[in-house]
Design a protein around this ligand. Structure first.
Ligand SMILES: [Zn+2]
Length: 78
């Protein structure tokens, strides 16, 4: 199967590209990985920009997130 190589701007783009999402806190540097399928199930289709505005850091509770797709595809598929 070919990987999606267009721009990744929304949760469904991330799913098509089969990537995980990294969410970094710009305040304290805390980073967490999320499965975009879980995020879609929770909040529906969102742009990454919208997501950034929604994430609250678990460590410092600031809302200064930076959302980036992981470089690696998720495991178990190709
Ligand atoms: Zn933080």
């Amino acid at each position: 199967m070919r990987h999606w190589i267009g721009p990744i701007e929304t949760l469904s783009d991330v799913c098509r590209a089969q990537r995980l999402l990294w969410v970094f806190c710009l305040n304290c540097g805390h980073g967490e990985r999320f499965d975009p399928r879980n995020l879609m199930a929770l909040m529906g289709e969102r742009s990454l920009r919208e997501l950034q505005a929604k994430f609250k850091c678990r460590r410092c509770t600031h809302r200064r997130a930076h959302v980036v797709p992981n470089d690696q595809p998720w495991p178990g598929r190709d």
